[in-house]
Design a binder for this molecule. Structure first.
Ligand code: G3P
Length: 227
């Protein structure tokens, strides 16, 4: 960790695409990975194949989602997921649990057993509050999906950061369902702990047309300098 990393919003990559994870991890700016069943399905690879590789590529928290619908099965599935990962990487496993009453029960149980959780599919500050009370390590409000239905997704990030600040809640807020670079700026302005960002948006964050143009003119002017 460099001197200032602890003070900057963490950047997770929201994908199961191994090539993207490898490339963007090589830039030195990644703090974790989040996956979900849709992202795994998009790769066309098996879940086991992906799990093995992701943990080798990124030595940071990696969220894997359970698919069970009741608390008991979620806890069982979470433990199976931890075991699937090589022992040396198990410290990085984070279990994604859906936000509902069964999910809350599972989070409570898992937090007592020191298994880290990321409560997903959060669409309100009340859901965030309950997930934090149950002992979630992380919560993931989906802002893009709120924007899609005509609500201001960033509004709930503002509410959650205020509530978590009021009570010094240790659960970390992951701004999820990010669709474009402005979402990332807004998340950082509100002091979110983490933004989980699709690779195509991370790539857009790097680029600016004036940077490219400036570089082109520096290179062509350098050719005019007497050698
Ligand atoms: O991390 C959550 C994210 O994967 C959901 O994004 O674009 O499907 O709403 P999206």
């Amino acid at each position: 960790m460099t001197w200032n990393e602890a003070y900057i919003m963490k950047i997770f990559i929201d994908t199961a695409d191994l090539n993207e994870i490898k490339e963007i991890a090589s830039w030195g700016i990644l703090d974790g990975v989040t996956t979900n069943p849709t992202l795994v399905a998009k790769t066309g690879k098996s879940f086991n194949e992906i799990i093995d590789e992701i943990f080798k590529l990124v030595d940071e928290p990696i969220s894997l989602e359970v698919l069970s619908e009741n608390a008991e099965d979620m806890v069982k599935e979470a433990k199976e997921l931890v075991k699937k990962v090589q022992e040396k990487y198990q410290k990085n496993v984070v279990i994604k649990i859906p936000m509902n009453s069964e999910g809350l029960k599972a989070v409570k149980k898992l937090s007592k057993e020191k298994i880290r959780t990321n409560v997903t599919l959060i669409f309100s500050a009340n859901q965030a509050l309950l997930a934090a009370k149950a002992g979630a390590t992380y919560i993931s409000p989906f802002i893009g999906r709120l924007d899609d239905i005509g609500q201001d997704g960033m509004q709930i990030i503002e509410e959650i950061t205020e509530i978590f600040y009021n009570y010094d809640i240790k659960t970390e807020l992951i701004v999820a369902s990010i669709r474009h670079p402005i979402h990332v700026i807004d998340a950082a302005r509100l002091g979110a702990d983490i933004a989980t960002i699709p690779p195509e948006v991370i790539r857009k964050m790097v680029k600016h047309s004036l940077t490219d143009k400036g570089m082109q003119s520096f290179l062509s002017d350098w050719k005019k300098v007497k050698k």
